[in-house]
Design a protein around this ligand. Structure first.
Ligand code: GH3
Ligand code: MG
Ligand code: MG
Length: 533
C-alpha cells in the first residue's frame, strides 16, 4: 500500500499539473489563432463592402447613367421600356454586370424607389428598406438585409448608392445591385481554422448569413438567441467556449465589423482544440496505470518476502511461548529478516538442548544414572493405564541392600556409593530395555516390568541376586532382598502395588534376607480372575 501510494500521489499530482498547464497553453494558442483569424476576416469583409461601394459609385457617376436617368419616358408614372434613353441605360447596366460577376442584377431606381432600368430583361420586384434614402444620405451607401433568393438558389443582399447631378449634387435616383454573397463565403473560407473549424458571418441580431462552408437557405434560418448573441458580443476579441448554432461544443472568438451590423464568428470544435491535451491525458493515464500495476506487483512480492517470514517468526515465537520447542523455521530470505530467522532458530535450538538436559536431570538419579523416584511414579502410572486398557499383566520389584548401614560403617560412604552404582548397573543389565529401573530412595531400588507375571519377575530378581553374589566388591560381598507384586492380581493402582511389593520385601528381610518373596496369593487371585472372566 505504501509503495503504491508513494508512486501514485506524486505521479498523479505531476500529471494533473502538467495537464492543467498544457490545457492553458493550448487555450492560449487556440485563442491567439482564433483572434487573429477573426480579426483578419473582419478586415477583409470591411474591405469587401468598401469595394462594392466604390464599384457602385463609379457606375453612378457614369455619363450613361446621369444623362439618361431623367430622360426615360413614362406614361402615367409607369416607365416605358423602350426609347433611346431607356435602351442606353439598360445596355450600360448589362455591360457592367457582364464584367462584374458578383452582381446578380444591377438596377437604376428613381428617387421614389421605382425601377427605371435593370440589367435583366424582366426585372424582379424590388423592395427597398423603408429608410433607404436616410441610409444613403448618411454614408452614401445603403445596405439591405441579406436574404435567400429561392428562385435562383443564392444568398444575396441589396446595396445602393445615390446618383447625383450637377454642382449642387441633385438627387436624381440610385444605382442598386443584388450582390451575390458567394464571394463573401470565399473570403471567409480563407480564414477558416483547420478542417474542422469554420468562420461565419451573422447579423447583430444573431441570425446567420454566410459561412466558410458556403451559403444555403437552411444556414440562413439558423441563429443564436438574443441572450447568446449578447453573451458572445460581451466577450468580443477573446476566445471563449460556447455551444455553436449546431449545438456542438466549440472554442471560438467573435469580432464586429465596423460600419456594418455584422459579426464574424471563428470557431473550432473543443475536441479539436484540446486534442493534443486529450492525447497527453490518455498517455499519462496509461503510464500511471502501468506504474500502478508494476509497483503494486512489486509491493506485493516485497510484502510477501518481508511479511511472510515475519509472520512465520511471530507464529514460531507464539509456539515457543506455548511450550513447543520443536520449532525450526525455514530461512528463505537474506537480509535482516533472514538473519533474524537464523538467530531465532539458534535460540530455540539452545533452548531445546537446555530443556532436554533439564528434563534428563529432573528424571534421573545422579549417583546411579537410573530413573529417580518421581520419574518412576510417572512410568508406573502410565503402565497401569496402558495395561488396564490392554488387559495385560505387569510386575513390580522392590529391592533393598541388606545390612547396608553396616557396610557403610565398615567401609565408608564412598565404598557404599560404589556398591549402589554396581547394584544399579546389574539391575539395568539384567532387565529388558522396556523395563524401568529406578532408585526408589537410599539403598532401595524399584523395577517395573511390563508384560511380565510375578513369577517371571521373581526369576529375574534371582538372577540379579546370583550376579551380585559373584561380584568382587572392595568391602566384601553384598546381598539384596526382593519383594515382588503383580498387576492386576495384587492391585490395580500403583500405590497398592508398591505397598504390596514393599510388604513382600519386608517379609524377605524377616525370613533372613538375600531372597525373593513374591507377594502371596498371586497365583490364587489370578485363578479366581480367570474363572470370573
Ligand atoms: P536392612 O538389612 O534391614 O536393610 O539393614 P540396613 O542397614 O541396610 O538398613 P537401614 O535402613 O538401617 O540403613 C540403610 C543405610 O543405607 C543407612 C544409610 O547410611 C545407607 N545409605 C542410604 N543412602 C546411601 C547412599 O546414598 N550412599 C551410602 N553410601 N549409603 C547410603
Ligand atoms: Mg532400606
Ligand atoms: Mg537395607
Amino acid at each position: 500500500m505504501f509503495a503504491v501510494l508513494a508512486t501514485l500521489l506524486p505521479s498523479i499530482t505531476t500529471a494533473y499539473i502538467s495537464y492543467v498547464e498544457n490545457k492553458r497553453s493550448l487555450t492560449a494558442k487556440a485563442s491567439e489563432e482564433l483572434l487573429g483569424l477573426s480579426t483578419q476576416a473582419a478586415r477583409e469583409l470591411d474591405l469587401w463592402t468598401k469595394e462594392r461601394r466604390y464599384d457602385l459609385r463609379v457606375f453612378s457617376v457614369s455619363y450613361e447613367v446621369t444623362e439618361n436617368v431623367e430622360r426615360v419616358q413614362r406614361v402615367g408614372g409607369q416607365v416605358v421600356r423602350s426609347g433611346r434613353a431607356y435602351q442606353r441605360l439598360a445596355d450600360y447596366l448589362n455591360s457592367v454586370r457582364d464584367r462584374f460577376p458578383d452582381y446578380d442584377e444591377l438596377l437604376v431606381v428613381d428617387p421614389q424607389g421605382r425601377v427605371i432600368a435593370s440589367s435583366q430583361k424582366q426585372p424582379r420586384p424590388l423592395t427597398l428598406p423603408s429608410d433607404w434614402q436616410g441610409q444613403m444620405r448618411g454614408d452614401a451607401l445603403m445596405l439591405g438585409p441579406p436574404y435567400w433568393d429561392a428562385a435562383d438558389q443564392r444568398a444575396e443582399m441589396l446595396i445602393a448608392v445615390p446618383i447625383r447631378l450637377g454642382a449642387n449634387g441633385r438627387f436624381i435616383g440610385a444605382i442598386a445591385a443584388r450582390v451575390n454573397l458567394r464571394g463573401v463565403a470565399d473570403t471567409l473560407r480563407r480564414f477558416s481554422p483547420g478542417d474542422a473549424g469554420q468562420v461565419y458571418l451573422m447579423g447583430e441580431d444573431g441570425h446567420l448569413i454566410v459561412s466558410s462552408r458556403g451559403t444555403s437557405a437552411d444556414l440562413m434560418k439558423l441563429g443564436y438567441s438574443r441572450d447568446d448573441t449578447r453573451y458572445l458580443l460581451a466577450r468580443e476579441g477573446r476566445a471563449v467556449q460556447f455551444a455553436s448554432v449546431t449545438g456542438d461544443a466549440v472554442v471560438g472568438s467573435v469580432r464586429r465589423i465596423p460600419g456594418l451590423n455584422w459579426i464574424v464568428v471563428t470557431e473550432i470544435p473543443t475536441v479539436e482544440a484540446f486534442r493534443q491535451g486529450a492525447r497527453l491525458r490518455n498517455v499519462t493515464a496509461l503510464i500511471v496505470a502501468s506504474l500502478f500495476a508494476a509497483v503494486g506487483a512489486l509491493g506485493y512480492f516485497l510484502g510477501l518476502l518481508i511479511v511472510r517470514p515475519l509472520d512465520r517468526l511471530t507464529q514460531g515465537a507464539a509456539k515457543v511461548a506455548a511450550g513447543d520447542l520443536e520449532v525450526d523455521l525455514p530461512v528463505v530470505t537474506g537480509g535482516e529478516v533472514g538473519y533474524l530467522t537464523q538467530v531465532f532458530n539458534n535460540m530455540v535450538s539452545r533452548l531445546r538442548d537446555t530443556h532436554r538436559e533439564l528434563e534428563r536431570l529432573s528424571a534421573t538419579d545422579p549417583l546411579t544414572g537410573l530413573f529417580n523416584r518421581r520419574r518412576m511414579m510417572e512410568a508406573l502410572d502410565h503402565e497401569v493405564r496402558r495395561s488396564r486398557r490392554l488387559k495385560h499383566a505387569f510386575a513390580v520389584l522392590m529391592a533393598d541392600v541388606d545390612h547396608f548401614k553396616k557396610y557403610n560403617d565398615a567401609n565408608g560412604h564412598p565404598a557404599g556409593d560404589a556398591v549402589l552404582k554396581k547394584v544399579g548397573a546389574i539391575l539395568r543389565e539384567s532387565t529388558r530395555d522396556v523395563d524401568v529401573v529406578a532408585r526408589y530412595g537410599g539403598e532401595e531400588f524399584f523395577v517395573l516390568m511390563p508384560e511380565t507375571e510375578g513369577s517371571g519377575a521373581a526369576d529375574v530378581a534371582d538372577r540379579v541376586r546370583e550376579r551380585l553374589a559373584e561380584e568382587k566388591l572392595p568391602g566384601g560381598s553384598v546381598t539384596l532382598s526382593f519383594g515382588v507384586a503383580e498387576f492386576p492380581a495384587h492391585g490395580d493402582i500403583g500405590e497398592t502395588l508398591i505397598a504390596i511389593a514393599d510388604a513382600a520385601l519386608y517379609q524377605a528381610k524377616r525370613e533372613g534376607r538375600d531372597r525373593v518373596v513374591l507377594a502371596p496369593g498371586a497365583a490364587e487371585r489370578r485363578r479366581r480372575k480367570t474363572r470370573e472372566a
